[in-house]
Design a protein around this ligand. Sequence first.
Ligand code: ATP
Ligand code: MG
Length: 392
Amino acid sequence: MTFLVKLGELTLKGGNKAGFEKILARNLSVALRGSGAQLVMRDGRFYISCTDSAACQVEDELSHLPGITGWASARKTEKSPDEVIAACVEEAQRCFENGARSFKVESRRTDKSFPLRSYELNCRAGDAISAALPAFKVDVRRPDIIINVEIREKAFIYGYEKKGLRGLPVGTAGRGLLLLSGGIDSPVAGFLMALRGMSLAAVYFHAYPYTSDEAKQKVVALTGILARYTASAAVKLFVVGITPLEQRIKERAPEAWATVLLRMAMMECASRIARRAKCKALITGESLSQVASQTVENIRCAESRAALPVFRPLIGMDKEDITKKAIAIGTYETSILPYEDCCTLFSPLHPILRAPLPEATALYESLDLQSLIESALGAFIPMQRALAVQTA
Ligand code: ATP
Ligand code: MG
């Protein structure tokens, strides 16, 4: 069986195209490892040959890989008009059985020595299909299905195309550090940045014993799901114990300020980890005004402690759309497992909604968090070795 893979936005990248293709080729070969499939790149196209029994696995991998617009399972024949036309009829039969009622044939020749011109080939294949399947109507304007013929080093014939994730290959846009809680939003944020070509690392702030080991395992599981979308770029998870910071905030700051100050501390910790983990940006699952900590004023306070650009791909999305996305990418079921979040346990009843930055800064600095942050991050190194999730 041969799959023909189509690249999307990649084809727009002018001079960088070759580099992007190389990264996608690397991601594809890592994803296909173990399936026995062969990957060949020719004339800006990827071809994957595999046994029929590996086809499901190959399609599953293709459906998880950013940078692919679509793919089709193609019939491959010698470049003889009779063989090509016979394959068109077989493909048409399959499309008709799948419910299509009208078609057109579209041919492209990169090999101009093929004895029929594209137009002639379209007509002859169309006639052969009509003769074999009289109920399958030709419609050149709005056909249910296009039977594509590509004459290259061999002839490829395909009907249905499956849709890929689109976006850009992971590894073309540097690495981002995802602030990954066990909730619904942040895994979706990580996925969306992977779709823009970022490879990912993740940090989880763990408030043991206020949050349980199960809460942490949930984040480990989410990291594993995200790693499926990043192919060769494994996702490393850093777990940082945040309890001493939470306690300090609780002791010294007015209750209403707890969440804003904790977010500022998280941004500071994340920025330092990002530097060590060679990440170029921070990624959060914030969505404007979704909760008290996500008003524009409170986001500004948190951001004031970030040393890198903060990407918030969900900022303009509503919860229903985010949830749909979480279901589609397979993180939702894990995200809704009932384990407590460090922030909900710690949340004040009446949080400040629009924290003024000068006051936030003064309060934050009065907490004297530096040595606590140092030791939280110092402790994460041995922890990281124990807990790193490296799933390709
Ligand atoms: P999520 O569903 O991602 O938990 P949320 O709607 O619960 O988001 P918040 O709890 O306000 O919103 O968190 C906002 C963002 O802050 C999260 O999307 C995540 O990026 C980050 N964040 C919150 N808690 C943690 C944590 N314990 N560890 C790492 N990042 C966190
Ligand atoms: Mg949350």
